[in-house]
Design a protein around this ligand. Structure first.
Ligand code: NAG
Ligand code: NAG
Ligand code: NAG
Ligand code: NAG
Ligand code: NAG
Length: 268
């Protein structure tokens, strides 16, 4: 008697099981497929069965019902079914995402850069801002205190804000080498070996031949960058360099840690 019951139970479970990918599932059972979909087994009273995708699965583990979407940080995950019954999970930009707490459409300043929050939580550079609060539009320039300030944005995402000015020719006082002095931007006299700061950004000195040389650049926060060197500090890269034309270039650029996300697709 026991034997028969076991045997019958076995036959029934065989007849009323869904088969999918080498596994068997009971009526109403759900399982994960490729970590992107949730499938379900349905067994009808007449013994026929079907397996179907009933939802997508977001990377954070949440279920996304078919033909709906889920916002997760800067991403929006969309689960859709086409007319042929194919279910697709697509990652896109979340139109409701904020930029580190800044609302979409708002503008704010970070160090020397004015940024705007675009749809999808994308931060867009709008202008460079001087210490005095003057704005220089992206890819534009402006003359401030005799300095040409340039705000540049490169396709690779790097932003550069720098000032350029030619170094003045040396001025020699008196006869030949007797008294050598340098003159600063304001035409003031400077002694050989003296150090002074000009335009807030440049530490200059007067050499024995009367030439004015830049020793180092100085960032807004007081970081000293030796000539022809780069310093990375507090999320910014500072560069102080002499160009081939003999001008000194100081640039400060935020290091962009946010890389554009690739659009990922899953099909089943
Ligand atoms: C079994 O029942 C289901 C649901 O009622 C139906 O769609 C299907 O066609 C039936 N299959 C057979 C073989 O009768
Ligand atoms: C999802 O939308 C497609 C196309 O509009 C439709 O054919 C399908 O039946 C819908 N599926 C569900 C489960 O709503
Ligand atoms: C600035 O110039 C760069 C490179 O030429 C370009 O990719 C970028 O779109 C420009 N930005 C603006 C606001 O014009
Ligand atoms: C981005 O492009 C600019 C101009 O071509 C270059 O000077 C800079 O080094 C590049 N930055 C990175 C991180 O590749
Ligand atoms: C300017 O350069 C001199 C010589 O290297 C240095 O002692 C001084 O600290 C520098 N000043 C600033 C503000 O960078």
């Amino acid at each position: 008697m026991n034997f028969i019951i076991v045997f019958i139970a076995f036959v029934i479970s065989q007849a009323f099981a869904c088969r999918h990918g080498g596994g068997t599932f009971i009526n109403g059972q759900e399982w994960k497929e490729r970590d992107a979909f949730i499938m379900k087994c349905t067994i009808h009273e007449n013994g026929s069965w079907k397996t179907e995708v009933v939802a997508c699965l977001a990377p954070n583990g949440n279920k996304i019902p078919i033909n709906s979407s889920l916002d997760d940080g800067n991403d929006q995950w969309k689960c859709s079914m086409n007319e042929r019954g194919m279910v697709t999970l697509v990652q896109g930009a979340n139109p409701n995402a904020k930029c580190d707490g800044h609302e979409v459409g708002s503008r704010w300043q970070e160090k020397s850069f004015e940024l705007e929050c675009l749809s999808g939580g994308i931060r867009k550079l709008r202008s460079c801002v001087t210490e005095e609060g003057q704005r220089i539009p992206v890819n534009g320039s402006k003359e401030v205190n005799g300095f040409v300030l340039v705000c540049q944005s490169f396709p690779n995402g790097t932003v550069s804000f720098h000032g350029q000015k030619s170094i003045k020719a040396p001025k020699v006082f008196g006869d030949s080498q007797t008294v050598v002095k340098c003159s600063d931007e304001q035409n003031g006299d400077r002694n050989v070996g003296e150090f002074w700061i000009e335009n807030h950004r440049f530490n200059k000195t007067c050499r024995a031949n009367g030439a004015v040389e830049v020793v180092n650049c100085i960032s807004k926060d007081g970081v000293q960058i030796p000539l022809n060197r780069q310093i990375v500090q507090d999320g910014s890269r500072y560069t102080c360099e002499m160009t081939k034309q003999g001008t000194i270039r100081f640039s400060a650029a935020p290091i962009d840690e946010k890389k554009k996300k690739m659009l990922r697709k899953f099909f089943i």
